[in-house]
Ligand binder design. Sequence first.
Ligand code: ADP
Ligand code: MG
Ligand code: ZN
Length: 483
Amino acid sequence: MKPGYMADIGLEIHAELQTQSKMFCACPVVDLTQAPPNTAVCPVCAGLPGALPVINRRAIDYALRVALALECTILETSLFARKNYFYPDLPKGYQISQYEHPLAQNGKLPVRTDEGWLDIRIRRVHLEEDTAKLSHMQADASDSHSLVDLNRAGIPLLEIVSEPDMHTIEQVRAYTRAQRTLLQYLGVNSGDLEKGVIRFEANVSVRPFGSKKLGTRVEIKNLNSFRTMTDAIAFELERQTSELDQGRSITQATLGWDEVNQVTVAQRNKEEAHDYRYFPEPDLPPLTITQTQISAALADLPERPDRRFRRYVSDFGLGAYQADLLTGDKTIADFFEATLSSMPQPDPTLVANWILGDLFALMNASSQRINDIRLSPRALASLINLLQKDRINNATAKSVLSKSFTSGDDPLKIIQDNSLEQVSDQKALTEIIKNLLSAHPQEVKAYRNGKTQLRQWFFGQVMQQTSSQANPAVIQELLDKHL
Ligand code: ADP
Ligand code: MG
Ligand code: ZN
């Protein structure tokens, strides 16, 4: 981006709501990467004439949850409307969407960036239905065709529209990650971008520094990963600032991202039709949200990830890095807190180190998520507690964790069955050390003459003779005494 300019970026996030059934029919919401195409379809979502939509109550609950978590004002009455356009992914010839009267508006999400916390204002949150999925097959120039999968048609889709409050790519990245984490926390979306369950549209403009007036924006559609989104925005910032630098102006446009050539391109399809002829959907009643529904949803909201992050830093004394890794995934944070609450002497830093270190390594090696593992928070708590009480040493704790992780056995039982308790017994260790020293008079002499590296060797010998179960502090103390 050329110097002397600033960027304004507003994002539209489209998130599928992973309800059991679709927005307006009883078809199941399936994993599009797994289900055979066109197997979750009925007359309603296939757009057959005369089929009638029915609002999915759970989709409303999910949408309400998100809107409230984003601190939005909920409109008492919102309206579904028909957005008319022709496209092969739209069997009805119109998409049911909320337009003039969305479900919710005027919210905000605090986002942590390198420069500190930044509030991104939310303009509106509304519900619509997803379109079918098109796959463009381009075997060769003479045979190019597209395939339609109606499994996606009618999946509830939540659109979250921000104000143009982001000014750098880093802020865009932080905001979209925060939204994704929030949707996962709320249990409404898996966050699996590679499955297409969250998609972005970016609105990008630039203006000379100091100018109060926003520049002319372009809208980039169909951005399906963090990577394509940030690449496309970076490209636009570069292009727009060079245009302005050369005295030209920006034309408002709808663009797509050409992945192969890494450039934005004008779209020549439906997105150019500005007149969608919106009108209220005659087959659906207005949607009313009662105060009771709002209170129930509010009472049910989990702690928001950003608040949890701040609490981990302020109450648990964790660093930002650890707090971020733990709170970035609700299931990890829940596991962490469940472990702490099973401990007689909760030590957040120690538990964080064990989870982010050894436990994550075991999970990675076995490709398991924390909810799938056999080790319970209680078992981890018990293991760390034995370590805190010096009943086992660090090396033993590591190997017991790995055993318990695989077998699901209780750490204490593993320790007792295998006699792994730490040897801190002064008498026994003194005996071992005395024998060791008298068996190696040469080394003792060398050590006393200044070859201090030998101390580590003596230490290793004691560990070996105790199958690594000796208390390291006690060995050091006894070595001090007898060497
Ligand atoms: P539309 O429905 O035509 O896409 P909206 O008014 O809903 O228009 O705005 C869509 C998005 O564009 C919002 O995220 C908003 O923040 C963003 N936006 C509006 N004006 C600008 C601008 N000048 N620069 C960058 N983003 C903008
Ligand atoms: Mg738009
Ligand atoms: Zn259906």
